[in-house]
Write a protein that binds this ligand. Structure first.
Ligand SMILES: Cc1cc2nc3c(=O)[nH]c(=O)nc-3n(C[C@H](O)[C@H](O)[C@H](O)COP(=O)(O)O)c2cc1C
Length: 195
């Protein structure tokens, strides 16, 4: 696929062995194999304190939030793999998005980094629904809160503890094909909308 899109994949979990990190890593792998430049990013490398207005007032956003925003700016499409915590998103993911929403360069419009990228969402869970319910919240935050364009398609991996092979691929080939189609759609949308 010939594309100018550059895709970023990350998960809302920093856990070693995280199913969602596996999903994000696999996504970056699938993208690269299909000619789409892609980066996998581990939120564990971007630790941030829990958002606190007083901390922000005294110190501003953490360096890692600024660094993460710079990484986002270098990509036109973003895939987020979301763990489901009590039918919602993880505190790590919410905190990261909250801090990112507070980083703003001089003269920059509010939430510009979200409004100028295309997003797609997915989830993985040991449960039978694959964390799908967290995606309702994630869409809510991305679309309503941050003004992002989120593809209507999404991808969930149920029984995630059994879903990935040693090579990081999904053992269910039909499911992996659906994931590939979503990634290609994300790249096409990012290419068309943001060159
Ligand atoms: C506080 C908490 C709440 C959870 N709630 C749900 C849930 O509502 N639905 C679900 O499918 N799994 C739930 N789980 C299980 C997670 O899906 C599971 O821990 C998963 O492995 C987390 O994602 P990760 O592997 O990417 O870290 C919950 C786990 C925790 C710690």
């Amino acid at each position: 696929m010939t594309t100018t899109a550059k895709l970023l994949f990350f998960a809302g979990s920093a856990r070693t062995g995280s199913h969602n990190k596996k999903l994000a890593q696999l996504g970056a792998m699938i993208a690269e194999v299909n000619g789409i430049p892609a980066t996998f990013l581990d939120l564990g490398d971007y630790a941030m304190p829990i958002y606190n207005g007083e901390l922000e007032a005294s110190e501003g956003p953490p360096e890692n939030a600024k660094k993460l925003k710079t990484v986002l700016e270098a990509h036109t499409g973003v895939f987020i793999a979301s763990p489901e915590y009590n039918a919602s998103i993880s505190p790590l993911l919410k905190n990261t998005l909250d801090w990112l929403s507070r980083v703003r360069a001089k003269g920059e419009a509010p939430l510009e980094v979200f409004k100028t990228r295309v997003f797609a969402v997915g989830s993985a869970s040991p449960g039978g629904m694959g964390g799908l319910r967290s995606l309702i919240t994630l869409r809510h935050v991305l679309e309503l809160g941050l003004g992002a364009l989120v593809l209507p398609d999404q991808f969930a991996v149920p029984r995630a503890h059994d879903a990935f092979g040693e090579d990081g691929h999904l053992t269910n080939k039909e499911a992996q094909e659906r994931y590939k189609l979503l990634i290609q759609k994300l790249a096409r949308a990012a290419h068309v909308l943001h060159g």
